[in-house]
Structure formats: structure tokens, C-alpha cells
Write a protein that binds this ligand. Structure first.
Ligand code: HEM
Length: 114
């Protein structure tokens, strides 16, 4: 298999999405702890943050984050099953299913916050 065809294979893309989503979630974590810290550092500061977080663009970014978490979790469960259950068939279909399910999660999330 040539380098190019490997890079366009859905499972190569699934590995890329898994790595990028894992890194993005890890980058988000310090900001998440910062926001949690505001909750114990005073009501007014938390209130200010919550007001800021109520903007449409922030909610959309949260939707993206929820999608990253969903696709990383579902893709991670696929990988764990693949690695531990000696089960190799239909992986492209399961990777696509993970993406589709993550999209449904994003739509449900966005529908509930807007
Ligand atoms: C929600 C449940 C989660 C599951 C089931 C899960 C599963 C996995 C698995 C199985 C791997 C290894 C992938 C491989 O074998 O190549 C992995 C990698 C990784 N995960 Fe998660 N994970 C979860 C949540 C998270 C969260 C919340 C973060 C970040 C805060 C995160 C960050 C990462 C990173 C940075 C990697 C390394 C990616 C790479 O080197 O390609 N994961 N995850």
C-alpha cells in the first residue's frame, strides 16, 4: 500500500481524529479547572464567567468540544474492543458509526442550549 492510499484510508483518518481530539481535550482541561476554580473564588466572578459563557459563539465552541469528547470516547471504545477482543471485522463501519453518533450528540447538545 502506498503512503498516499494509507493516508486517505478511513481508519488512518480515524487514528488522526483520535489523536487530535485527545490533544484538544487535554488542552481544554486547564481552562476547565480554571472555570471550576472561579466557582470557589467568589459568586461575582463565577456569575461574570457564566454570563460570558452564555454567548452563542461560546455555546458553539462547547458543541465542538462535546463532539470531540464524544468522538474520542466512542473511537477509544472501538480501539479498546479492537485491541482486547481480537475482533478485526468491519472497523471502518464502526469508526464511521462513532463519527455519526458523535454528530447526533452534538445536535442534541446544541438543541438543548439554544
Ligand atoms: C471519555 C473516555 C475516553 C476513552 C474511552 C479514551 C480512550 C483512549 C484510547 C483507547 C486511547 C489510545 C489510542 C490508541 O490505542 O492509539 C486514547 C488516547 C488518548 N487520549 Fe483518550 N479516552 C478518553 C478520554 C480522554 C480525555 C478526556 C482526554 C483528554 C483530557 C484524552 C486524551 C487522550 C490523548 C492525548 C491520547 C493520545 C492520542 C495519541 O497519542 O494518538 N482521552 N484514548
Amino acid at each position: 500500500m502506498s503512503m498516499l492510499s494509507r493516508r486517505t484510508s478511513p481508519l488512518w483518518l480515524a487514528a488522526l481524529v483520535h489523536r487530535l481530539s485527545g490533544l484538544a481535550l487535554a488542552a481544554f482541561l486547564p481552562f476547565h479547572f480554571l472555570a471550576l476554580g472561579l466557582a470557589i473564588s467568589g459568586e461575582a466572578r463565577l456569575e461574570g464567567f457564566l454570563r460570558w459563557a452564555d454567548q452563542p459563539l461560546v455555546k458553539l465552541s462547547e458543541g465542538l468540544l462535546v463532539g470531540l469528547l464524544a468522538v474520542h470516547m466512542l473511537g477509544g471504545l472501538r480501539l479498546l474492543a479492537l485491541e482486547n477482543l481480537a475482533w478485526r471485522e468491519g472497523q471502518t463501519r464502526f469508526a464511521l458509526l462513532a463519527v455519526a453518533a458523535a454528530m447526533v450528540v452534538v445536535f442534541v447538545f446544541l438543541a438543548s442550549v439554544f
